[in-house]
Design a protein around this ligand. Structure first.
Ligand SMILES: [Mg+2]
Length: 120
């Protein structure tokens, strides 16, 4: 299974990757540091799941989400953001994200995402 991890912080990407290790040990992982890279990789690789940060340079997560959903309305995007305001959550859910969680994601939370939010 292909999984795309998008965050401008390498440390944050590593945290998501670590949380996936036990749950999806055989996943093929792709990383992007901004929305523009994310959309390009999404087009090229059609990953099954996308973990998406919101605040990023070049192209933010809101714009990337919009473009990814425009490419594939069934794309499974989970937003992981430090912005925990309900307004941000409502906005990304409306734009087609499956769910949104505050940073950082641990293994327990990742398991919950796979069990409750994703169709795998
Ligand atoms: Mg960021």
């Amino acid at each position: 299974m292909k999984i795309l991890i998008v965050d401008d912080s390498k440390l944050a990407r590593m945290g998501v990757i670590k949380s996936l290790k036990e749950i999806e040990p055989s996943a093929e992982l792709f990383q992007a540091a901004n929305g523009l890279e994310a959309v390009a990789i999404f087009k090229a690789e059609n990953p099954r799941v996308v973990f998406l940060d919101l605040t990023m340079p070049v192209m933010d997560g809101y714009e990337a989400l919009q473009q990814i959903i425009a490419i594939d309305a069934d794309a499974q995007v989970i937003v992981i953001s430090a912005d925990i305001q309900n307004e941000a959550k409502q906005r990304v859910l409306k734009a087609g994200a499956r769910n949104m969680y505050p940073k950082p994601i641990n293994e327990e939370k990742m398991l919950q995402i796979f069990q409750q939010d994703l169709l795998i």
